[in-house]
Design a binder for this molecule. Structure first.
Ligand code: WQD
Length: 319
């Protein structure tokens, strides 16, 4: 039996990962400062430490008896990162300095790092593989690239003393809920924003209808949060085997346009949502779809749920 520390384990994604880790027979400690995480999301059976990853002493204490860390605690709003870059560097990069220091002190042997498709910026081709150039377009994406470099560099530095086995997961567009109480409570992303607009009695907006895509709206790779959680358990198991240094995209490999998402929402709510096209939003690449060949071949993981599952479960989680 191994124990894993989940930073940000009271968040939307972290809560799903915690449940899957427990179900896999692993023990779980959640470390979360509850700034955006919710105490109610911490599952029975998980230990809980209320602390920030920036508190190196608290992290070091929480690492006692821990085999690996799944590091999800981070700021994640792209627009906010443009307005407050230092906040993102402090929390995301400073958080990594603190965590990796504590892990070195405790000789923790495994790490799964939560990265993002935002590391690719506007990709030169699609689907995009892990070896493609990293050209992030926001401070948020930059902090994720730096975090990737940090874990890789730290593993090199520790190789001859306390080896660190690591997996970086680059999430594409995460959506849906594994159960009604675990929905995404922030309205930063397309599907929650569509439901928020419907709740207000407003028409959902399509940001841009003149992109060079099959229907003119932006194409993304939406991935169900329950599939994403399963990828973390597979990554943790791979890390436990030792000597691992790997980067994986986590997506479905299938692109869906904004208009197709609107169609899926219309199907789920049983009426046309009446989406209206508005101007493009600055900084949106036309198409961002994952190549999933590597994660399928090397981790044996693939997504099981489709867009309809994501929209239906997101709807059910809104009560
Ligand atoms: C999806 C598509 C919008 C709202 C961001 C981050 C990424 C990751 C996920 C982090 C885009 C369009 C949206 C609306 C719309 N974050 N849209 N109407 O921008 O692909 O990715 O979130 O961890 O790093 O960049 O996601 O959900 O904001 O947008 O038409 O009301 O929906 O233009 O094409 P995005 P999103």
């Amino acid at each position: 039996m191994t124990r894993w520390l989940l930073t940000g384990g009271a968040g939307y994604i972290g809560a799903h990962v915690a449940l899957d880790l427990l179900a896999s027979g692993r023990e779980v400690t959640i470390l979360d400062d509850l700034t955006t995480g919710l105490r109610s999301r911490i599952p029975d059976g998980a230990d809980f430490v209320e602390a920030s990853v920036l508190d190196t002493d608290a992290v070091r204490r929480a690492l006692d008896g821990v085999t690996g860390v799944i590091h999800l605690a981070a700021k994640k709003a792209v627009g906010e990162s443009v307005e407050q870059p230092l906040l993102y560097y402090r929390e995301n990069v400073g958080g990594m300095v603190s965590l990796l220091q504590a892990m070195a002190d405790a000789a923790t042997p495994c790490m799964v790092y939560s990265s993002s498709a935002a590391v690719y910026g506007e990709p030169p081709w699609s689907p995009i593989s892990e070896d493609s150039p990293l050209t992030p377009l926001s401070p948020y994406g930059e902090t994720k690239v730096i975090g990737e470099w940090m874990v890789r560099d730290e593993a090199v530095a520790r190789a001859d003393s306390t080896p660190l086995s690591w997996v970086t997961l680059r999430y594409f567009n995460v959506a849906g809920a594994g159960s009604p109480e675990l929905g995404d409570t922030s309205a930063n992303n397309l599907i929650p924003m569509v439901f928020d607009a419907l709740d207000r009695g407003e028409a959902p907006q399509v940001f841009g209808s003149d992109y060079p895509t099959h229907d003119g709206s932006c194409v993304r790779d939406y991935i169900h949060v329950s599939d994403l959680a399963a990828a973390h358990v597979a990554a943790a198991a791979l890390c436990e085997s030792g000597g691992v240094a790997a980067v994986f995209n986590v997506g479905t490999g299938v692109g869906s346009s904004v208009l197709e998402v609107m169609g899926a929402v219309s199907d789920v709510v049983g009426r046309d949502v009446g989406a209206v096209a508005v101007d493009r939003r600055a900084g949106d690449p036309p198409e961002l779809v994952a190549s999933v060949d590597r994660i399928s071949a090397e981790l044996g993981w693939s997504a099981q749920r489709d867009l309809r599952d994501m929209v239906a479960s997101a709807s059910a989680a809104r009560g």
